[in-house]
Design a protein around this ligand. Structure first.
Ligand code: WT7
Length: 683
């Protein structure tokens, strides 16, 4: 039976940059057949200190048989990203336009930054970085909550050619330390702390623990710059003169003063952001960067457990972030766009910072959670700022559905035109709720499939052009050529399912894994020579729509956060009572997937509630709160092949309570399957 199609609202289609399927198909065809023609036209909208040379616009090798993998766009061109995002907007008359509204955890805390003010703050902080000895190519680690200094710090790095490495503020000190060491960051930028809902997190303490570990491993971070965020929240007076632009108009900080806890401090290493920027000049000449110079590193989980430092470069990332933002959200100059993702993830990099600013957009940076002070916070924020594009994750949608429809209906959401979804496949029920209730049946939904590695959207509907099917990521974006391969690497033509791969590069894709090109090649290009392998499965239906079916490797996706089984297992097996651990995903109604751990205790060790709780806590502390396992089950043995490989496929069935386990004849001991099913009923 054919799936029901949901057509773009005529009003939306009429004004859209891409307003019909025919137009999309034409543009897509040019973009993949003649990438140079397509992208050089788009590049004209940006400033190039040196233009790209015609003959070298684009070159690559995707085939390991022919040598090392490389991807290059616009070789010979030079530019500066902060110049394109800020100076260019100010010069073209957008200086007084709001770049960011900041909405704090507490609804009484809010502020705003114009493009002009943002440029000044970025320059000021770039000068601070220079004074600390940061120069082109140096790595700068950033561990911050969703406050305005976060994009300011990132853009200040790009101003002087430093490479930022943002680490999500929910990661543990171990995770932070590991990332600082891998990137050999010279400087760390952080915040005293942050409120998340009713919880106070002292980020500076986590940083100090991380820096101790870093030092033990013989790398030293020279300087730690700390934003006094808690301090300004607790004293409305000082907030008036902070660097976030709170001085430029309607804004305020609540009067609910609270006691700021002590934070650790090292006089030789630490300094306050506000002290440093006080006398810094608000002008800073940009460092012109080559097209393929590194822009940032962002770590993502790898299936061996060690995080991978995905490296993005300058020119290609800029034009791809800008173009996907423009078309996928159909952003027009008077729109107000809101992406709820944390800047610590790639979604925040490309669609909170780079994409919106490259289009001169006005957007919202939200510090809080969907549940504070009430469970209608998202809808209240959309109403308050008259949001036109709203981009969030299926896990957030599912968790908000639980509270019923009235919390949504209470607010005026009539300004919405486009809704976005990202992070995992969206189930039809959540899609329909989002479409009918939040979008009043008149908004298009862009279900955007992409990865940290792809830099920007790669498979997605376009709001004015693509008839939607609930749960389908639909069609490739411009420049992207997806294919489906079977296990043997043969092309699956037409309808069918298999491995999702890409045949040729688009400008925004990663260039390497920082410091480990070998791992880059073996992870993404070795399984099927000639293709970039996503690690996801996909199905193409009779109408050519792509449906993402989930990871095909040993990765888990919990609430849109990717992690590897190996990463969690290595934390579990470090416990002195644990002999062996195997982790799989189990379907979860809100999180999409949750962690289900099988534990074989050491001889003599007791498997009880205490051990279960300790193990959960350990994963939480070592990786981050989002990684906490839902279930820890006793396993006297694990289903292994004769060569000793754990068959996670079978463990997934046990976790789901599905007796239909398939072929188990390759197991060394088949009886363990029944034993584990029996023990399952006891958890
Ligand atoms: C993995 C990438 C890209 C931003 C957030 C996650 C899954 C992402 C979708 C979607 C189905 C999706 C894939 C992908 N994923 N978006 N719309 N439909 N699956 O970035 O941490 O690099 O994770 O997230 O499995 O490979 P990431």
């Amino acid at each position: 039976m054919a799936d029901k199609l949901y057509y773009p609202h005529p009003e939306l289609a009429k004004n859209a940059y891409c307003s019909s399927l025919e137009q999309y198909r034409k543009m897509h065809e040019i973009s993949v057949k003649n990438p140079q023609e397509f992208w050089s036209e788009i590049a004209k909208e940006f400033y190039w200190e040196t233009p790209a040379t015609e003959d070298k616009f684009f070159s690559y090798n995707f085939d390991l048989n022919k040598g090392d993998i490389f991807i290059k766009w616009m070789e010979g061109a030079s530019t500066n990203i902060s110049f394109n995002l800020l100076d260019k907007n100010v010069k073209s008359g957008n200086g007084d336009k709001i770049a960011f509204y900041w909405e704090g955890n507490d609804p009484d805390d809010y502020s705003r930054l114009t493009y002009r003010k943002l440029l000044e703050e970025v320059c000021r902080f770039a000068n601070v970085l220079k004074s600390k000895g940061v120069t082109k190519g140096d790595r700068v680690a950033i561990y911050m909550p969703m406050i305005l200094e976060l994009p300011i710090a990132m853009l200040a790095c790009t101003r002087i050619g430093a490479v930022h490495s943002v680490v999500f503020g929910g990661y543990s000190s171990d995770s932070l330390a590991e990332r600082i060491m891998d990137s050999k960051a010279k400087i760390l930028i952080t915040t005293d702390g942050v409120w998340r809902g009713e919880k106070l997190l002292i980020l500076k303490s986590i940083c100090d623990e991380a820096l101790k570990k870093v030092k033990k491993n013989s790398h030293e971070v020279e300087c730690c710059i700390v934003v006094a965020h808690l301090r300004r929240l607790s004293s409305p007076q000082s907030a008036k003169s902070d660097s976030t632009g709170k001085t430029n108009g309607v804004n305020g900080t609540s009067d609910n003063a609270f006691d700021i806890p002590e934070i650790p401090w090292d006089d030789d290493r630490d300094c306050w952001w506000h002290d440093e920027v006080e006398d810094a000049e608000d002008k800073c000449y940009p460092v012109w960067m080559n097209a393929e110079d590194p822009l940032f590193i962002l770590y993502t989980s790898g299936s061996t457990g060690k995080p991978k430092g995905v490296l993005h470069t300058t020119a290609g990332y800029l034009i791809y972030a800008a173009t996907t933002f423009k078309y996928v959200f159909d952003y027009h100059p008077s729109d107000v766009y809101w992406c709820t993702a944390d800047v610590g993830w790639i979604t925040g990099h490309t669609y909170v910072v780079y994409g919106p600013l490259a289009n001169g957009a006005t957007s919202i940076i939200f510090e809080g959670t969907p549940f504070y002070p009430e469970n209608d916070r998202y809808w209240a924020v959309i109403d308050k700022y008259k949001v036109t594009q709203f981009y969030t994750a299926p896990t957030a949608i599912r968790s908000l559905m639980k509270f019923g429809d009235d919390l949504v209906k209470k607010h005026d959401l009539s300004t919405l035109k486009v809704l976005g979804s990202v992070g995992e496949p969206i189930n039809a029920e959540a899609w329909l709720w989002f479409y009918n209730l939040v979008g009043h049946g008149k908004c298009s939904i862009s279900d955007t499939f992409w990865q940290t590695e792809t830099g920007g959207h790669v498979i997605t509907p376009l709001p004015g052009a693509t008839p939607m099917k609930p749960g389908a990521a639909s069609f490739p974006f411009f420049g992207v050529l997806p294919e489906i391969l079977d296990e043997d690497g043969h092309l699956v033509e037409g309808e069918g399912e298999g491995y999702l791969v890409f045949r040729q590069p688009w400008p925004g894709m990663m260039r390497t894994l920082y410091g480990n090109h070998q791992r880059f090649q073996s992870t993404y290009f070795d399984k099927f020579h000639g293709y970039y392998c996503t690690g996801d499965g996909a199905r193409r239906d009779a109408d050519g729509y792509f449906w993402i079916t989930g990871r095909v490797d040993d990765m888990l996706n919990v609430s849109g956060h990717l992690m590897s089984t190996a990463e969690v297992e290595s934390v579990l097996t470090e416990h002195s009572s644990v002999a062996e651990a195997a982790v799989v995903s189990k379907p979860h109604p809100v999180k999409g997937q949750c962690l289900y751990c099988f534990i074989t205790p050491n001889e003599g060790a007791k498997f009880d509630k205490k051990l279960q709780d300790e193990l959960k806590k350990r994963v939480r502390e070592r990786i981050g709160p989002f990684a906490q396992p839902d279930v820890v089950q006793y396993a006297p043995g694990l289903p292994k092949t004769r060569s000793g490989k754990i068959m996670r496929r079978i463990l997934r069935k046990i976790a789901a309570g599905d007796r239909n386990v398939g072929d188990i004849s390759t197991l060394a001991d088949e009886s363990i399957v029944n034993v584990l099913f029996q023990l399952r009923s006891q958890v």
